[in-house]
Ligand binder design. Structure first.
Ligand code: MF3
Ligand code: CO
Length: 263
């Protein structure tokens, strides 16, 4: 499968969808504190997506299994990704929570995720968050025209494993555009110099998922929630990135941080 290249119009629409997704994520972050439920975050996310004139790309999404039942993915501690929000899931001091927001706007999809501490968190787990975030930054820097997808993958893997953590193998980053998942797959492991060549106009969701313990994961009986096999905590950071002749550009930037924007 060839990797879609976006034209000017497609890029403009990607910019908007991604800015909306990032704005929603930005609005949820300050709500995270001990005592809140993941359903509270879901409802705030659902309402912000609507207020910004977009639609959740997660709600009703069909993977290989049943339709996803919520507007956001909220994953706590050993949940890697695709945690289903619940009014029974209360956040406690010392937890970490990943917020993953994917929206449709004007025919294009923006995808981003962020993991944050809840109250006072164990220093090793804080380091897991920091290393995963840095791995995302380093991976994005490899999204350079002329490089290959494997350069992103290998860079993320080397950095993460160099800090004694492990990268998830069962889930990967992906192209994103007129649907949530487009070619190419962007694994967080691999070899430099392998995979497809990066060209201008690609929009890539780069998303390291990193475990404190082993890399293995399993899916819970709800058909969605991906958890670490050994129960260790996991972190997830994601940006949608545009490749250009002048280097990678992060598209998932909140509206408030875009010059000339009113929101
Ligand atoms: N960022 C996740 C991904 O790229 C979001 C999945 S939404 C769901 O796969 F609908 F699959 F839950
Ligand atoms: Co994604």
């Amino acid at each position: 499968m060839t990797i879609p290249i976006k034209n000017k119009e497609g890029i403009a629409r990607m910019r908007e969808a991604c800015a909306i997704a990032a704005t929603v994520l930005d609005k949820l972050k300050p709500l995270v504190r001990p005592g809140i439920t993941t359903q509270d975050l879901e409802e705030a996310g659902r309402d912000w997506i609507a207020r910004l004139g977009a639609r959740s790309a997660c709600y009703g999404y069909r993977g290989s299994n049943r339709p996803y039942p919520a507007h956001t993915c909220i994953s706590v501690n050993e949940e890697v990704v695709h945690g289903i929000p619940s009014f029974r899931r209360v956040l406690h001091d010392g937890d970490v929570v990943s917020l993953d927001i994917v929206v449709w706007h004007n025919g294009y999809v923006g995808d981003n995720a962020f993991t944050m501490p809840v109250g006072a968190v164990d220093p090793t787990v804080l380091k897991l968050l920091r290393v995963t975030r840095e791995a995302l930054d380093l991976g994005i820097r490899e999204a350079v025209v002329g490089n290959r997808i494997g350069d992103i993958s290998a860079t993320i893997q080397r950095y993460v494993e160099g800090h004694g953590f492990s990268v998830v193998r069962d889930m990967v980053g992906h192209g994103v555009g007129t649907s949530m998942h487009e070619p190419p797959e962007i694994p967080n492991f691999g070899r430099k110099g392998t995979g497809e060549k990066i060209k201008p106009g690609m929009t890539l969701a780069i998303e390291p998922m990193v475990n404190l313990g082993g890399h293995r994961t399993k899916i819970l009986s709800d058909g969605w929630t991906c958890v670490t096999a050994d129960g260790s905590p996991s972190a997830h950071f994601e940006h949608t990135v545009l490749t250009t002749e002048n280097g990678p550009e992060i598209l998932t930037v909140p509206l408030a941080q875009i010059p000339g924007s009113v929101s």
